[in-house]
Design a protein around this ligand. Structure first.
Ligand code: CA
Length: 433
């Protein structure tokens, strides 16, 4: 479990000018990524302010030693962070400590490190890992209630909800980094009379989720116990689980999501580490009267501080809004405090029956919505199943997404007296399929 140390001290700042007072990427964050410049190969970096620290060049400069040197060399070798994730938490933590020291104001290495920074505006950011498997959970209880209420108003939550972290196996090959276009899928949808048609989806939706990057198992070959499951989390990102509701409604009985959700999944490019988020750990509180988790999902420390307090946001811009110079409209503000299961519980449950999780696997939390109307994490909820249109600034309305619509997810953890930790953007624009 990450502990608070000097890397979280809000009084320590950086010699990187754009990093000082940065709202998302101050020196207390230091997320990992995979980037490229020009024709160079993809390899690992660390974001500070508006710059990326090149881990390959840092390795070549010989400024690190021990576990930090090994971690930087592995991440710098590229083209993904799987090998770094496979080294486990101690290597990642050593790298964080070393990079924090090198970037701190007053570091004697500043003249040697400064040339190893690239302005992020001139870099291409890529998927941070080669994703072996992608699993999407359903851990947002408000989302489950809201969606369930559309079909079962008197009994919206399924009977297993309090007991099982519900999930399904998704599709890894179509997970794309922020900025990649999202082609509208075609598929089967039901017709009131007669056979279904195969046509472009007319009910394309987004889903606001927290993504979890899987690292090395602390108990290889065996299910990871809940008390150690947090050690297997390499970091976090934003995840948009694009969903074609008309296709989903027709195909999902009885086996759940298939083509309605596997045409595109967008993730933000930065791996925000468990260490960076250590100050934002919280207890997840269940509503009164709900049963506690079964013993294999119950650990005292996880109950006390296994949740995260991260603010989430969805915004939308249409082609007409952009043409008219209008800024994106914020559609929802939510928080990971709304999740019903902790990230460690998702990992422990996933592996509990013998399923092997591997470094670079990706988990989605499920849509994170608030109980009230201000933070509904998808249009299915915001429009009550497409019955009540959302009105945008300028007067356009939406029940579901139109071609040209661009959805941007953002996340930031922030609290007075603690340095903020931002995630960057998870951006995707719907294009003709
Ligand atoms: Ca989902």
């Amino acid at each position: 479990v990450p502990v608070l140390d000097a890397t979280h001290d809000p009084a320590i700042t950086t010699w990187v000018p754009s990093g000082r007072g940065h709202g998302d990427f101050p020196i207390q964050n230091l997320p990992l990524c995979v980037f490229s410049t020009g024709d160079a190969q993809r390899h690992g970096g660390v974001r500070i302010g508006d710059e990326l620290l090149d881990l390959a060049a840092l390795t070549d400069a010989g400024l690190l030693d021990g576990a930090a040197a090994v971690a930087a060399a592995v991440a710098g070798a590229g083209p993904d962070l799987n090998a770094l994730f496979a080294l486990g938490a101690p290597a990642r933590q050593a790298l964080r400590q070393a990079v924090h020291r090198l970037l701190s104001a007053g570091a004697v290495e500043q003249p040697l490190v400064a040339p190893l920074l690239h302005p992020v505006a001139g870099c291409a950011l890529h998927l941070p890992a080669r994703i072996g498997d992608y699993t999407d959970f359903y851990a947002g209880r408000n989302h489950a209630e809201h969606v369930g209420a559309l079909f079962r108003p008197d009994n919206p939550l399924p009977p297993n909800y309090d007991w099982v972290p519900i999930g399904y196996h998704g599709r890894a090959s179509t997970v794309r980094p922020s900025g990649a276009p999202v082609p509208r899928p075609s598929g089967q949808r039901a017709q009131p009379d007669g056979p279904p048609v195969f046509a472009p989806s007319e009910q394309l939706d987004y889903e606001l989720e927290l993504g979890i990057w899987v690292g090395a198992s602390p108990t290889p070959g065996r299910p990871v116990p809940i008390g150690r499951a947090g050690e297997q989390i390499a970091g976090y990102c934003l995840l948009n689980d694009w969903s074609a509701r008309d296709l989903q409604r027709w195909e999902a009985q009885p086996l759940g999501p298939f083509l309605a959700k596997n045409f595109a999944t967008t993730v933000s490019p930065y791996v925000v580490t468990p260490e960076a988020l250590a100050p934002y750990r919280i207890a997840l509180r269940r509503p009164a009267g709900r049963p506690g988790p079964l013993p294999y999902l119950h650990a005292e420390l996880d109950q006390r501080e296994g949740g995260l307090d991260i603010g989430l946001e969805v915004s939308l811009s249409t082609a007409a809004m952009r043409d008219g110079g209008r800024p994106p409209a914020v559609l929802a503000r939510s928080s990971t405090t709304e999740l019903y299961w902790t990230p460690a519980q998702l990992v422990a449950h996933h592996s509990s029956g013998g399923c092997e999780l591997q470094p670079g696997d990706l988990l989605g939390s499920g849509t994170v919505s608030t109980a009230g109307d201000d933070g509904l994490g998808c249009l299915l909820e915001a429009t009550r199943g497409g019955r009540v249109a959302v009105t945008l600034p300028g007067g356009q309305t939406r029940t579901y997404l139109a071609d040209g619509d661009e959805v941007v997810l953002r996340a930031r953890a922030a609290r007075p007296g603690v340095a903020p930790v931002g995630f960057g953007e998870c951006r995707g624009r719907v294009v003709v399929g």
